[in-house]
Unconditional design. Structure first.
Lengths: 270, 554
């Protein structure tokens, strides 16, 4: 059975809500039924087959070709299966994702993996602001799973994060790990201002010395035996995080944010 | 156009009609006597249907700043409850604190035609009126909030006479376009700003040296002497504090026979007995209400589920913030006027305290004898959203249903309430009193809440159903000012209600002291404080209905 392949015919004039096109909704549908589904696009409704040419039949393995940054809510609440996006994705990619695999070859917009519960998201390009964050006003962001971004991420990555891993090969913007309750964010590149702003618990693992706020306390240099175990868990990833030469166990540890609970930590490679 | 409602079973306590079959005639928005020979343009056959006037919610937080704070604080309340537009209705959202348009539609769809905002801060009165001006179908009005404002406390500290207070109260009511006066945690909101975290009835404000008892007395006297029909609307001291039943009894005693309305009394009826030091004081309260004819109450029933509490009582809201669910809250100061606290709440039937609060409210409803002096409210949204009224009516009218729900709540709470032994079931007439005639009389609405000739034609028609929740959820017809606005529980046309006010007289020299005060302490100039009629009417949809003061010749 070949993957269900949706190829975008032309760039839509308005943003498109892609949330109906997830594996669990399509499981029982025939190709013509899938083509007849409607997607909200701005004020109007578009049929799936107006927007995409459809091939293949495996609804548990969806490929979106020629994807652009106006396709929002790709993989919303995904419960199983795999979605591969060739091109860019819009906002709210993998929103509330419960399980499964999503891979994007290009860049993704705001709020990728917002309130993600479990599963795996891989972005080969850059991600926008609020990666793995909570919706505005909500108290819990990403609750589990793993996000790998090979490029850079915007501001507020992991805002209100509760559990899970965010792995960033590039740079992170301002307020990385803000208001984190728990979980791990690893950044190989540079980080911006206000790192870990108001974080309560959780770990920020950095390859480069950050510009820390005064509300983080230096706790000295440590050799941490859990780090090799953490790096070992990244072995299977298609990423520099799996590369043994990138791993380390000697860090400078900072505790904060002292204006909050102060049980979070920033670990910087020595 | 002459409309005839034929042969409905009419419940109109205002004219003493209790379930008699009658015809009602409507012309030009008002109910009229049977015209001699006119041709009926539209007739509705209401044989077997229950006919009441439109319901009036005399205490519901539908306008003012705290609603917007609640909306801002709880975007999930909106996301989870979107309402799409239709050809005649606008879109909106919100379960606990719906948007203005949705508020109007949902009230109308339950047969309500008026709602009164009980906490209009003088400084924010313009915003409250503008917001209520966006609520379709419903009539509205507001009680202006005094008692923790620095100006009044200064008057009291300076031992000014009652006339000076009366002038200030009347001036504020006129400027803020109010129909009543409310006091919230008398002086307590102000005391909070001087770092007091509780204030008993006879405890002095540490800065002004004034006690809540004095404030209540002076304001209740002012309201009576100005001639405002609605008695002083009191949210008492110590809201939600176990043992506050004594404070409430003292408050009733301390007012010395002056008319006083105690609002959401359920939150003020707690004892300290039992293993959890939390018990029902409803029986004592009900006894005091039955004995003191100068007192009216509304209940502020809680019902289980998610809601948000929004109150001017920043002292008590600050104390309760640790119960916030979801865990986020706001308390703020509002200039020299008062404060504000917004705490989201999830009442749970398996939580002992919540379960007992539920039972205390119902005990109060069932133990107070006179339905003319008790009103059906949930203190929307503080006890529950107003959309739960049909459920509440069923709890009051159906003992077996009530006991069924009672048997599912926290077992310790079941042991602490006498609810199971109370046999009373409300009648349709009593419901009509509580939600219509009584409410109109309490607020002083001269031509609402009744079905006799001369009243505005606010009329709700229900299909009698032993499941009272189903009955009250979905009226067959609702007329607002004679216009058919709801059919089968769905809005079919919309219009704009009026704003009910009183216009008390005052000595213009009151502004001398006030001007200086405004210039020195307020962000607003005195001239801008006063709301003109035009501001409510100039968009062509609002209107003002002035109601008489006692002593006026009607």
């Amino acid at each position: 059975m070949s993957a269900l392949t949706l190829t975008l015919k032309q760039q839509p004039t308005q943003r498109v809500d892609m949330s109906p096109l997830v594996c669990q909704h399509l499981a029982e549908l025939s190709l013509s039924e899938i083509g007849a589904l409607v997607l909200q696009s701005g004020k109007s409704l578009l049929r799936v087959n107006e927007l995409f040419s459809i091939e293949g039949s495996d609804t548990q393995d969806i490929i979106i070709n020629n994807s652009v940054d106006t396709l929002d809510f790709i993989g919303k609440d995904l419960e199983s299966g795999r979605i591969t996006v060739n091109g860019d994705a819009g906002a709210y990619l993998a929103f509330g994702m419960k399980a499964g695999d999503i891979k994007v070859s290009g860049n993704v917009g705001l709020y990728a993996a917002c309130e993600m519960k479990k599963g795996y998201l891989e972005v080969s390009g850059n991600a926008g602001d609020f990666l793995g964050a909570a919706l505005p006003g909500n108290k819990m962001g990403m609750k589990g799973g793993t996000i790998l971004v090979k490029g850079n991420v915007g501001e507020r990555a992991g805002d209100h994060m509760r559990r899970g891993n965010i792995l960033i090969e590039g740079n992170a913007g301002d307020y990385c790990g803000s208001r984190m309750t728990a979980g791990t964010i690893a950044v190989m590149g540079q980080t911006g201002r206000y790192l870990g702003y108001a974080m309560r618990r959780g770990t920020l693992l950095l390859w480069n010395q950050p510009n820390l706020s005064a509300s983080f306390n230096d706790c000295g240099a440590h050799t941490l035996s859990f780090l090799p175990i953490l790096f070992a868990s990244f072995k299977t990833l298609n990423s520099r995080f799996a590369d043994a030469s990138e791993a380390f166990n000697r860090v400078q540890r900072y505790a904060g944010d002292m204006s909050e609970m102060g049980q979070g930590e920033v670990l910087v490679k020595l | 156009m002459l409309i005839k409602l034929t042969s409905g079973t009419v419940y109109d306590p205002a004219s003493g009609i209790d379930g008699q079959q009658q015809d009602i005639y409507i012309r030009d928005g008002r109910i009229i006597d049977k015209p001699a020979d006119a041709v009926v343009d539209k007739e509705y056959d209401l044989k077997g249907k229950v006919v009441m006037s439109g319901a009036i919610d005399m205490h519901t937080h539908i306008g003012g700043g705290k609603g917007n704070i609640a909306r801002t604080l709880l975007p999930e309340d909106h996301r989870q409850d979107p309402v799409h537009r239709s050809d005649i209705t606008r879109s909106g959202c919100g379960h606990a604190m719906p948007s203005t348009f949705v508020t109007g539609y949902r009230y109308a769809e339950m047969g309500y035609t008026a709602g009164f905002e009980p906490a209009v801060l003088p400084n924010n009165a313009r915003q409250a009126h503008m917001e209520m001006g966006d609520i379709p179908i419903l009539d509205k009005g507001g009680y202006v909030m005094l008692g923790s404002d620095d100006y009044l406390l200064r008057l009291l500290t300076a031992k000014k006479d009652q006339k000076a207070i009366n002038d200030y109260v009347a001036w504020t009511m006129a400027g803020a376009k109010a129909i009543g006066v409310k006091v919230v945690n008398p002086g307590g909101i102000n005391a909070f700003k001087f770092n007091q975290r509780k204030l008993d009835l006879d405890e002095q404000n540490s800065h002004y040296g004034v006690t809540p008892r004095e404030i209540l007395k002076v304001l209740a006297t002012a309201v009576k002497e100005i001639g405002v029909a609605h008695p002083l609307h009191v949210h008492g001291c110590n809201l939600g504090v176990p043992g506050n039943v004594q404070t409430t009894l003292d408050t009733i005693q301390g007012i010395g026979g002056l008319p006083m309305h105690l609002t959401h009394i359920q939150f003020h009826s707690y004892g300290t007995e039992g293993d959890f030091k939390f018990s029902s004081g409803a029986a004592q309260i009900a006894e005091a209400i039955n004995r003191n004819k100068n007192i009216t109450i509304d209940v502020g029933q809680i019902l289980f589920g998610q809601t948000v509490t929004a109150s001017g009582d920043n002292m008590r809201q600050h104390a309760n913030h640790k119960h916030a669910s979801p865990n986020k809250w706001v308390t703020m100061d509002i200039e020299c006027d008062a404060g504000c606290g917004v705490v989201p709440f999830k009442y749970k039937d398996q939580n002992f305290v919540n379960a007992l609060q539920w039972a205390i409210g119902l005990e109060t409803f069932l133990l107070v004898n006179d339905p003319w002096r008790i009103f059906l409210t949930t203190d929307h949204p503080n006890g529950a959203p107003f959309t739960s009224y049909p459920h509440l009516i069923r709890l009051l009218m159906d003992r077996s249903f009530r006991n069924e729900v009672l048997s599912t709540i926290h077992p310790e709470a079941q042991k602490m309430t006498t609810l199971a032994s109370i046999e009373r079931e409300y009648t349709l007439q009593e419901i009509a009193i509580m939600t219509r005639a009584g409410a109109a009389r309490l607020i002083g609405l001269k031509d609402r809440g009744g079905l006799s000739a001369g009243n505005w034609a606010d009329i709700t028609v229900y299909t009698d159903n032993t499941d009272r929740q189903k009955m009250f959820e979905k009226p067959d017809y609702v007329f607002k000012d004679g216009q058919l606005v709801v059919v089968d529980g769905k809005v079919v046309s919309t219009k704009w209600g009026t704003t009910h006010v009183v216009t008390p007289d005052f000595d213009p020299s009151v502004e001398k002291g006030l001007k200086d005060y405004f210039d020195r302490y307020m962000t607003m100039k005195l001239g801008n404080f006063k709301i003109s009629d035009d501001e409510i009417t100039e968009d062509g949809r609002g209107s003002i209905s002035v109601h008489p003061l006692t002593g006026d010749v009607a």
